[in-house]
Design a protein. Structure first.
Length: 216
């Protein structure tokens, strides 16, 4: 009897854990993501097989990472989860890989919003947009471009824009890891100025894979 009860408890715990995780398969992001989780998604053909794929960006609502302010506002300090699903010939999507801890979680004074996009060329763009509510006049956004090749997603380009909220001064640095060239453009968001553009060469290195390190 004790063994049966213990087995039932383990089974209930497993069901609870599975209910709070992204599903391995589904026909849509809404079916894959647990209810109550914030999420966004992008669709497109990533692996060039002619079948639409799905990328899901989800933020859990685990209570241990939630904090309520005195005025009732609730902070969600859970880090984003990124998951890639390949489309199946018989229909639906099956998870290829899931990535956690790629983005720093929000804090009381800073936050990050992440946009995801699958381009017409089948590359995956991931854009973390950082915002500091105190202690900084600067804001930045970086777009990382990944392409599926040789069985994995490799970083083939990066573009970072930094702007001063006090002066409007902007600097955009674009790096291409296929041509190994860097473009730097200086501009101003508040006034018309002559853009300054410079080019430089990058040192060739092995391409990084998605998940090798966090995305700033």
């Amino acid at each position: 009897m004790k063994k049966i009860v213990f087995s039932l408890i383990l089974g209930a715990c497993a069901l609870g854990m599975n209910a709070q995780a992204l599903k391995q398969q589904g026909t849509s992001a809404e079916q894959i993501v647990p209810k109550g989780w914030e999420h966004s998604e992008a669709e497109g053909d990533l692996n060039k097989d002619g079948i639409k794929d799905l990328v899901v960006l989800a933020k859990p609502n685990f209570k241990e990472n939630m904090q309520t302010r005195d005025d009732g506002y609730e902070y969600n300090f859970n880090p984003y989860i990124l998951a890639i699903y390949f489309g199946q010939a018989e229909g639906g999507f099956k998870q290829w890989k899931q990535y956690e801890d790629m983005f720093e979680p929000d804090s009381e004074w800073s936050s990050v919003d992440v946009d995801i996009e699958i381009t017409e060329r089948g590359t995956l763009n991931i854009s973390p947009d950082h915002f500091a509510s105190a202690g900084s006049y600067d804001t930045s956004q970086t777009t990382y471009t990944f392409r599926f090749q040789n069985g994995d997603f490799y970083l083939i380009g990066k573009e970072c824009t930094e702007m001063s909220r006090s002066t409007g001064e902007m600097t955009t640095v674009s790096e291409n890891y296929l041509t190994w060239k860097r473009q730097t453009v200086e501009d101003n968001a508040f006034e018309e100025v002559e853009k300054k553009e410079t080019w430089s060469k990058l040192t060739k290195e092995p391409l990084k894979k998605l998940g090798d390190e966090g995305l700033e």
